[in-house]
Design a protein around this ligand. Structure first.
Ligand code: C5P
Length: 415
């Protein structure tokens, strides 16, 4: 369903496919969106601003700095990039050239489009178009991956005959397909917007480190990406989010309170100190199950021919939260190497969870240290539901989608 009145920025890069952005502009206007076209300097070599101005019934921005020429179609001001960023709901870039992908990925701000892009906080849809070799270049692919990890959406490119005479991947997606992706994305952001407002979500993420001596630790391969993705998405959906994070190399997600810890004991203490405030607990951290019983005060010397380290169990934080559950929704994770559904179900019962997100670890490209995941959602009342392989941010959204139905079934059980 198109969202009448939504405000779209149409960014146009300098590629031969720029002529197709005129058709895209027409389709977007036809759907009732107001369209602000922004062209790079090279885009204007392929398509005149006047074409887009006529189709969008709006001036077209081509310059970062105020300038006045004989056409109001190219009028802009030095702070207009902030106004445009704040006033619009979605940024679609078609064609997104290799150069624009690189500038976006590296945060460069050399013209209006790239500067405004840095100030824009809404969803971004990229429709790349370029020569196949440019598309396949390692630099382009790395830039694309960076952008996708930041939650940018992609439509196309298609494979086929290219303007350069080559055949292969790199052709701009059809304008209708891009317009449909815009509509879907608007619908998604509208539908999901602020549905977690009023909730306080306490999340654990990352590994823990258990000291052997002052320089050595026992830890695991968790990157923290799944937990951070959930925290980021929950905050974007209006929740207050407290993220208790083990040592990871990730930037704090926007709008999230991050409490950094190292050991399982510190993680447990941080969780327990904040549990009262939380209406939802999500245990994503790969908490160490055992820790050295007597960590050495000084660095151990390699004099002995054998070394045994005695381990003792840590507290199971999720199980502890499950015991003090109250009205909270409690979600746990189960990283398994086999019997996913059965193990997930067992943990659901054992730890008093409402949902267990089970995933196989040891598979190529999913689980620990990966950008993607593939999970099974296990609840008390329904059959396990598989979420096929997708970016962790996408999986995070699907997990958060479960909260409303979980509340309903908890209410039904208690009624
Ligand atoms: O039993 P297992 O460790 O496989 O359970 C995994 C789930 O339990 C995850 O949600 C993890 O965050 C949580 N957990 C915990 N504290 C522990 C061990 C696991 O919160 N000490």
């Amino acid at each position: 369903m198109p969202r009448e009145g939504a405000r779209i920025i149409l960014g146009v890069g300098g590629g031969i496919a720029a002529y197709k952005s005129a058709e895209l502009a027409r389709l977007l206007v036809q759907r009732g969106y107001s369209v602000q076209a922004v062209m790079t300097h090279s885009a204007t070599q392929f398509l005149t601003p006047l074409t887009l101005a006529s189709l969008t019934h709006n001036k077209v921005i081509t310059n970062l700095f105020a300038e006045r020429d004989d056409s109001t179609a190219t009028l802009s001001s030095a702070i207009e990039h902030i106004d445009v960023a704040l006033e619009n709901d979605l940024l679609v870039v078609a064609p997104a050239t290799a150069d624009l992908l690189a500038q976006f990925a590296h945060g460069l701000a050399g013209d209006f489009l790239t500067t405004m892009h840095l100030a824009f906080t809404g969803p971004v849809l990229l429709a790349p178009a370029m020569n196949t070799n440019m598309w396949n270049h390692a630099a382009t692919q790395v830039n694309l991956k960076t952008l996708q990890q930041r939650g940018y959406h992609l439509v196309g490119p298609d494979a086929g005959d290219l303007a350069c005479g080559m055949v292969g991947a790199g052709r701009l997606a059809e304008p209708l397909e891009i317009a449909d992706a815009v509509t879907a994305l608007l619908h998604q952001s509208l539908h999901q917007s602020r549905d977690l407002a009023g909730e306080t979500i306490l999340i654990t993420a990352g590994p823990t480190q258990e000291a052997i001596d002052p320089v050595r630790v026992i830890t695991n391969r968790s990157s923290g990406r799944m937990g951070y993705a959930i925290a980021e998405k929950a905050a974007a959906r209006g929740a207050r989010v407290i993220l208790v994070s083990g040592p990871v190399a990730l930037a704090p997600p926007m709008g999230v309170e991050v409490l950094r810890v190292e050991s399982a004991e510190q993680m447990k203490n941080a969780v327990m100190a904040n549990l009262e405030a939380a209406s939802i607990f999500i245990g994503v951290a790969a908490v160490a199950d055992y820790r050295p019983r007597h960590p050495a005060d000084q660095k151990l010397k390699k004099t002995a021919s054998r070394l045994s380290i005695e381990l003792e169990p840590t507290t199971d934080i999720l199980a502890e939260v499950g015991r003090q559950k109250g009205d909270r929704i409690v979600i746990g994770f189960a990283a398994e190497t086999q019997n996913l559904a059965a193990e997930g179900k067992r943990k659901l019962e054992l730890k008093h969870c409402d949902l267990v997100v089970a995933n196989l670890v040891g598979l190529d490209g999913t689980g620990f240290e990966s950008d993607e995941n593939e999970v099974l959602l296990i609840t008390r009342d329904a059959e396990p539901k598989a979420i096929p392989r997708a970016a962790k941010r996408e999986i995070a959204s699907r997990i958060l989608d479960q909260i409303a139905p979980l509340r309903l079934s908890a209410r039904a059980r208690n009624a």
